[in-house]
Design a protein around this ligand. Structure first.
Ligand code: C2E
Ligand code: MG
Ligand code: MG
Ligand code: MG
Length: 278
């Protein structure tokens, strides 16, 4: 009896694993097809300066509305694209599309594009950036690349050299999800990032957890001393914006200002800027 149950459970898990694997395989095929037929989209979320009370840029966030499954979260398809290598062509598309969109905006604000670790490791990245800038006519200073701490795992020297060669193109470099990953401070000495993006896990706990506020304060102080800007991610409520401003954070991003919006809503948001208060 017990033996039969054990076997049943085994088959149950095996079937569940098969199902997950086949969903992933199907998603991968669908991703290829969507890239080929132009079905990916970028949405844009404002990056808001607390001191100037205005939008200084937008982060480009990929969206995939699957014809059958409906919207698939980037939290699902980006890691899959990363594993399969699809992130390289997908990321090149995002760079190109983001630069073209930004070049058409009514104000000369910046656009931030996420670069995944595998894309960063690809020797094609530099050329992809050059091509996107040239084809769109976007001034390099208006493009910001967001990378995460995980790019420092492995060959630090190569990573730093790559960062410097990207910087030499005139683009800005931001460190995304700061405080979550690998979290060694040594790489802040090895490369002067333009911006540190404080991960939303710290922001979420502001006001509830004194240590979150102490960490935010420490990051703002450190960044200031190193000449880097700070931006807090995931700011949903006014109280958090108030605390962040008091702790010396330069910028915020989050639902308090705006959710990510389709490209055609960007000019409207830029126009509304004087109505925004944070
Ligand atoms: P990320 O780069 O850290 O982007 C911020 C995420 O926080 C976005 O999730 C955004 O929609 C979400 N967010 C913004 N404000 C708030 C808020 O107030 N509250 C909450 N709860 N969330 C907020 P999204 O769009 O689902 O993207 C998730 C992740 O997928 C991104 O995290 C990024 O790592 C990755 N991703 C998205 N687009 C791209 C892309 O084009 N290329 C690459 N390589 N990765 C991308
Ligand atoms: Mg990002
Ligand atoms: Mg982030
Ligand atoms: Mg994040």
């Amino acid at each position: 009896r017990a033996k039969a149950d054990g076997k049943g459970a085994y088959h149950f898990f095996e079937a569940a694993l098969d199902e997950a694997a086949s969903r992933r395989r199907q998603l991968e095929l669908d991703m290829r097809e969507t890239l080929r037929t132009g079905g990916f989209e970028l949405h844009f979320q404002p990056l808001f300066s607390l001191a100037q009370q205005r939008i200084k840029g937008f982060e480009a966030l990929m969206r995939w509305n699957h014809p059958v499954r409906g919207p698939v979260s980037p939290a699902e398809f980006i890691p899959l694209a990363e594993e399969t290598g699809m992130i390289v062509p997908l990321g090149e598309w995002a760079l190109m599309e983001a630069c073209h969109q930004a070049a058409s905006w009514p104000q000369a604000v910046s656009v931030a594009v996420n670069i995944s670790p595998r894309q960063f490791a690809s020797p094609a990245l530099g050329q992809a950036v050059v091509r996107a800038l040239a084809a769109s006519g976007l001034p390099p200073a208006r493009l910001e690349l967001e990378i995460t701490e995980s790019i420092f795992i492995g060959n630090v020297e190569r990573t730093v050299a790559m960062l410097h060669s990207l910087r030499a193109l005139g683009v800005r470099v931001a460190l995304d999800d700061f405080g979550t990953g690998y979290s060694s401070l040594s790489y802040l000495r090895s490369f002067p990032f333009d911006k540190l993006k404080i991960d939303q896990s710290f922001v979420r706990d502001l006001g509830r957890d004194a240590s979150a506020q102490a960490i935010v304060r420490a990051i703002a102080t450190l960044a200031g001393a190193l000449g880097m800007e700070t931006l807090a991610e995931g700011v949903e409520i006014q109280t958090h914006a108030d605390v962040l401003r008091a702790e010396g954070c330069d910028m915020i991003q989050g639902y308090l200002i705006s959710r990510p919006v389709p490209a055609d809503a960007v000019p409207g948001l830029l126009g509304e800027v004087t109505a925004l208060r944070a």
